[in-house]
Design a protein around this ligand. Structure first.
Ligand code: ZN
Length: 810
């Protein structure tokens, strides 16, 4: 340590130990040391018990010593696991001494072994499970969807050691077998190849899976449920969809896109799908999806046929996201959790590449526009870099930074870098700098500066641009200011996230004129800089800053309406169009802006642009805007009709009630019907109120219609519907939030009902209710309620969730 002198004020604001994220990430402080290499685990589980969540377990561990005089093995083993015996290898090995303290199991070997020697022993234990930690046991539920009794595992980040002793950190790979004996009629799904399946004399069934290529142990998984298997195939690789029998008719329609996604990802990455099979299994009360190696787990929201009129989230994001992980996360794994964006960033990036490959540039731009909105929301809550321990923004920012890099390098060079990264670290682990190095080796391009700005530092450039034209010399001059501020404080450990004062990036300016476009490309490298575009001999008709949206940014650029209207008609980039629509949308008194939006809402060549323009028209008074919105109701794209319906409701278009009601009654899209119901509550409260009880019961994808009905009841202040909403909340996602909103508006009955749901034995429902308390009830009120519930909680798992929810309340 070296003492420093400083002015008092500086010392107060910046701790002496302040360290930037880039500095901290340059050291490998986040990887765990280990003195053995885990080679193989044979995991045998039987006698699953739903009443006292648990099972009987036996795990045979094979590992190789990494140090001389290796005499004890330190494994991760959940504190609740009741270890009965550790012995030498079968058939009947001698007992080994062991200590099990909290989450650590130390096995004392009978004699020390040398570096490189192989050690094998058997652990017998009673797997006692705090339900939801490592394994989740779910009771059958008569409510739709009909959920059978089931068990599912969730390892990431480090919960697999709560159900089997292992090395629970991503920087070591092993093979394993999962041998599960399950009740009659049940299936066990796990990783790798199914090597045996046999019926036992007592009616149980044993499933034997073998993960033959080494993988990281957080990717080990097990699902036990009565499932049917729908078989599909990519080339010679089995692709299976495991769902409840009740869902079997809908599964192929949903998952059938998988082989084509495998084909596209295999081609883009240059690595043919790397595992012996791919399974996707649906389970109850799951948070989304998990990329367990060769066996992704997914939530059981299988859309009905009519949901495909809209764009099911499942196919659009979830299926390609978890599939992409089979390369990024499973085939090459982050070396530690500080580089987790290598897993999640690529997994979030690749779905956009699938849609771009199959449906064209606009479909890719559409996907990343959605990611951009998510990114901004997260960045506004807390600004963190991509590569940082516990980063909050690894999904959308990861996708956007990789898309930016792809645009910067071009497809050929980008994918050659990615392929090199995958080959170099195949079946291994990687850090962020390994990715940079792979690009350097494959393309000759040192992306140190790019990574420093976009990966190790936080934020994005916040541009303020202005433009002036000098007719006498044919010159357009742009003044470009970067306004982002490097003002994030250091945390208690002295870690400070930097925001670059200046983001450096190439940028292209496109100036439209009566005689054609003029372009200039320059390198942005100053806090404030001038960009000159020469040869503009007639008045500019538009000025596009950052053609093709190659920089992740926010932009303020005051322009005449005519320029914006021209760009909206001429710019193919969806982000640029969305930005223009936002500018035009703020000019509600401007007839030229209204006309441009009306043209886009009814005539733009991509449905998302039409939908955004329709949304913007909500703010425009007068019959012309309303006429454009009514015209947009005839759009073939459901999302445009949906946007127009919401806009008609927002602007109070009472003249359109009949048209809106027609969409509630007859639209083929659930999302459009939900929008129509919301609009009717605004336009015709008395008419809408009558519809709500039945609407609460309408099944729809992701509960769109039922949720709309619940929130319409909130907006109408119709507390008489609270009991019906509480019933709907047991199977829908939005009901709990509607109850919370009623509660915030003073309904004690709604909070009582929400409290009952928070005490439910169904973990997924209980947690949903607790989340509603956390996010949608006033903090003081939530604390009082949850404290009272804690005193009434009937069992330990419920108490634990309540304690956790209380701790998270601010
Ligand atoms: Zn993921």
């Amino acid at each position: 340590m070296r003492p420093t002198t400083c002015l008092l004020a500086l010392c107060l604001t910046a701790p002496l130990t302040a360290q930037t994220n880039a500095e901290r990430m340059a050291t490998d402080r986040y990887s765990r040391s280990h003195d053995y290499d885990l080679l193989h685990q044979r995991i045998e589980l039987r006698d699953f018990d739903w009443d006292r969540p648990g099972f009987q377990g036996r795990v045979t561990v094979t590992l190789r010593a990494l140090r001389p005089a290796f005499d004890s093995v330190v494994l991760d083993a959940g504190a609740l696991l009741a270890i009965t015996e550790v012995t030498g290898p079968a058939p009947r090995g001698v007992p080994y001494r062991f200590d099990h303290v909290r989450d650590t199991l130390v096995v004392h070997l009978p004699r020390a072994v040398a570096t490189g020697d192989t050690v094998r022993f058997v652990i017998r234990y009673r797997g006692v499970i705090a339900n939801g930690r490592g394994l989740t046991f779910i009771e059958a539920d008569s409510l739709p969807p009909a959920r059978p009794r089931q068990v599912w595992s969730q390892g990431e980040d480090d919960n697999n050691h709560d159900w089997f002793p292992t090395y629970d950190f991503p920087n070591d790979r092993a093979t394993w077998e999962m041998i599960a004996t399950v009740p009659r009629g049940y299936t066990a799904v796990s990783n790798g190849r199914l090597v045996a399946e046999r019926a036992n004399t007592d009616g149980t069934r044993t499933w034997h899976w073998r993960q033959e290529q080494p993988a990281v142990t957080y990717l080990a998984s097990l699902i036990v449920a009565p499932l049917v298997r729908i078989r599909d195939r990519w080339r010679t690789v089995p692709v299976d969809y495991y769902v409840y029998a009740a869902d079997s008719a809908r599964a192929r329609r949903l998952f059938g896109v998988t082989p084509d996604m495998i084909e596209v990802f295999s081609r883009l990455t240059g690595v043919p799908y790397p595992w012996s099979k791919y399974a996707q299994t649906t389970v109850a009360d799951f948070f989304g999806g998990m990329e367990n190696v060769s066996a992704s787990t997914m939530v059981d929201w299988i859309p009905e046929a009519r949901a495909y009129v809209d764009r099911p989230w499942y196919q659009h994001i979830l299926i390609p996201h978890e599939l992409a992980h089979q390369w990024f996360g499973d085939y090459v794994t982050t070396a530690n959790w500080a580089h987790m964006w290598l897993n999640e960033g690529f997994a979030e990036f690749l779905p956009g590449q699938y849609w771009r490959t199959r449906r064209g540039e606009a479909a890719g731009g559409d996907y990343y526009l959605d990611e951009y909105r998510q990114y901004l929301g997260i960045d506004q809550r807390r600004r963190m870099p991509l590569a940082a321990l516990g980063s909050n923004n690894i999904y959308p920012k990861g996708a956007l930074v990789l898309e930016m890099l792809r645009k910067r390098l071009g497809d050929d060079r980008f994918w050659s870098g990615v392929r090199h990264y995958l080959r170099r670290h195949a079946h291994g682990v990687a850090t962020t700098d390994d990715l940079r190095q792979a690009f350097l080796e494959a393309t000759g391009e040192n992306l140190e500066g790019f990574f420093a700005q976009w990966v190790y530092r936080a934020g994005h450039p916040d541009f303020q641009v202005s433009a002036a034209w000098d007719a006498s010399i044919g010159l357009v001059t742009l003044t470009v200011r970067q306004r982002q501020r490097d003002s994030l404080p250091a945390d208690s450990t002295g870690l400070r996230y930097e925001v670059p004062e200046v983001f450096q990036a190439p940028v292209t300016i496109r100036v439209g004129t009566a005689t054609g476009d003029v372009r200039a490309s320059v390198q942005l490298d100053q806090r404030e800089q001038l960009i000159h575009v020469g040869g503009v001999w007639s008045a500019p008709t538009m000025v596009v800053f950052d053609e093709g949206n190659t920089i992740l940014k926010t932009l303020e650029f005051a322009q005449p309406t005519a320029w914006l209207a021209a760009q909206l008609a001429a710019d193919p980039d969806l982000w640029n169009r969305a930005w223009v629509i936002e500018q035009l949308g703020a000019r509600a008194a401007d007839a030229e802006a209204r006309a441009a939006l009306a043209r886009a809402a009814t005539g733009a060549d991509y449905f998302l642009t039409r939908a955004l323009a329709a949304t913007a028209l909500a703010e425009f008074p007068g019959p012309e805007a309303q006429a454009a919105l009514v015209a947009a109701l005839a759009d073939t794209a459901a999302s445009v009709r949906q946007a127009a319906l919401y806009a008609l409701g927002t602007r109070g278009a009472t003249g359109a009630v009949a048209a809106v009601r027609g969409h509630w009654e007859h639209d083929v899209s659930d999302e459009a019907r939900a929008a129509a119901l919301t609009a009717l509550a605004q336009l015709d409260p008395a008419g809408a109120r009558v519809l709500l009880p039945a609407a609460l019961e309408v099944p729809s994808y992701q509960d769109g219609i039922s949720n709309a009905a619940a929130f319409a009841a909130v907006s109408l202040g119709d507390t008489a519907l609270v009991p019906l909403i509480a019933r709907a909340a047991e199977r829908t996602s939005g009901g709990v939030y509607a109850l919370a909103s009623f509660g915030r508006n003073g309904s004690v009955a709604a909070l009582d009902r929400l409290g009952e749901l928070a005490l439910s034995r169904r973990a997924g429902l209980r947690r949903r209710a607790l989340e509603a308390f956390r996010f949608a009830v006033a903090p003081g009120q939530a604390r009082t309620r949850l404290t009272a519930l804690l005193a009434a909680a009937p069992e330990e798992a419920i108490r634990r969730d309540l304690v956790e929810a209380l701790a998270r309340l601010r």
